[in-house]
Structure formats: C-alpha cells, structure tokens
Design a protein around this ligand. Sequence first.
Ligand SMILES: [Zn+2]
Length: 317
Amino acid sequence: MKNSYPRNIKGHEALLRRLDSHHYQYPVIEDNLRKYIAGFRGEEIISYQLRRLPSNRFLVLKDLRLQFNSQYFQIDFLVICVYFLLIIEAKNIAGTLFFDKEFNQMIRTYNETEEGFRNPLNQVFYHQDLLSSWLSAHHFTFTPIKSLVAIANPSTILKSNAENDLISSKVVHAEELVARIMKLEKRCENTKPLTNTSELAQILLDNSAPLFTNLLEKYNIPLIDIQTGVVCPSCSSRPMTRVTGSWHCDACFTNSKDAHILALEDYLLLISPSITNYDCRKFLHLESRKVAHKLMSSMGLTCVGTKKGAYFTDAQL
Ligand SMILES: [Zn+2]
C-alpha cells in the first residue's frame, strides 16, 4: 500500500472514491474521515514526542486492542517502565477545551461554536480498570497503572471548573509529555521494580487484536452502490480502458501503467480481503484472465490455491 495511513482511513478514502458524490452517506463518511485523519495526525505527534524517552528504560506500545470478558478496549499508547504502566489517550482537537466537572463532559469551543465530547478522563480511568483486570487475568497483579490524556495540538487552550488539580495533573500538551513521564518515574523510584517488562510487552502485543471494520456494513451501503472500474489518476473519471498493456482515460487521454493498483486495493479494503480472477476482471472491466492474473501477481498480492479455486490476498492490508 502506498500511503502510510491505517487501514480504517484507507478504507474511508476508498469508499469516497467508489461512491457517487451525491450518495446520502457521502457527507457522513467525509466527516468521519476528517476526524480519523485528525486523530491519526495527533497520534503521530504523540509518537514523535514519545520517541524522546530513553529506550533503555521505556517501552512504548501503540494501538493496543485487548479483550476482557468479551469486551474490547483500545489504548492509544501504553508506556511501560519498571515502575509503572502508563496509558496515554491522544486527542487532537483544536480550539478551547473546557473540562466541565458539573456535567462530567468536555466542551470544545472553536470558531464560536460549542461542541460536547465524552470526557476523555472517564475513558482513561475506565481503561485503567480494564487493563488492571486484564493483567490480573494474565497473572500480572502488582503493576501500578497510571494514565494521561495528551493533547496533540500545541495551541489548544485547556480550561476547567474543577477545584482540585485533577485536570492539570491528568491532561497535558504533547510537548510536556516526556517531562511529565520522567517526573512520574522519579516519584516512583522507591517502589518495587518490575523485572519482566519485555515479557509483559510481548504478551500484550501477542494478545492485541486489530480491528477490521466492514465499512459497507457500518454505513449500511449495498454492494450495488460501489462503483467499479479503474479510476483515472489525473481526472478521476472512470472506468479507464485497457489498451495495449496500459490504462487509458477517454476523458483526459491520460495513460497509466499502474492505475489498477488503487482499484484492486479499493476492492480488498471494501468488498473482501481476497479476490478471485473472475471478481478482478469484473471490477477492473477486463476481458483477459491472463492479464488479470498478471496484474494481481505484479502488485505483490499472494496467490492462494490453484486453478478455478485460486484467489489473491494482500498480507499488508
Ligand atoms: Zn482522466
């Protein structure tokens, strides 16, 4: 896959490429995609900061998705050191954030508009409990678990009406994160250190189950709404036609050798994680079985099985 976005974002991009722009779900998907990209950018900023932690003392795990009692919970970042585990919830929200103690919610004011969000502190406390139960179930009983909410955008203003300093002790700007973690470490120096942090990290990683959302089901979109054919990389017209080993756009006369790659990625992201030769020809509007086979093999898809029952998958998706 060419871009480094996570699967969920790639899937939303694919969906927008494949839906008519007048589709009733189009604006909803566009809006969600914007939020996911902002979230991803926020996580990148936090990741960048966490890379400053000394690697001989801290391990950082990203996007852990664990299951406890048939319930899944996702932790943006888990910092592991010998004294504690630290859950970090990343938030990338511009404007002014007001943590309202009375109604236990977070209100964002941006461009003079107010918008309510779930209080991220509730979320991290809840994750702390779940992780603690998960660790007990896996025989790690004595690890203190701490949590922080990290705000990626340096210009986000934080306000609160809480009398105590809970908000300022729990919510930090990304740039402060490393200093705050070092301070925590210093404060815990007298606690009994964990000896098996690498083993713990490995167990957490082994049990983390990435989320695969079927976006057509999520947005209640029937397969028939998904537009097929290779999309022109220059003018987004569709379908391009296969002419002498290349894809040709009848609208802007662009020729492309590899425009099918994005189309097949769209298929694998949206319709099925595997594709047969027949489905490939149908989706790309191709006649030749041999050409379909060549195109799928040359883009690094793995062929499973032989003859009619064979299908291709992408291990990276
Ligand atoms: Zn074109």
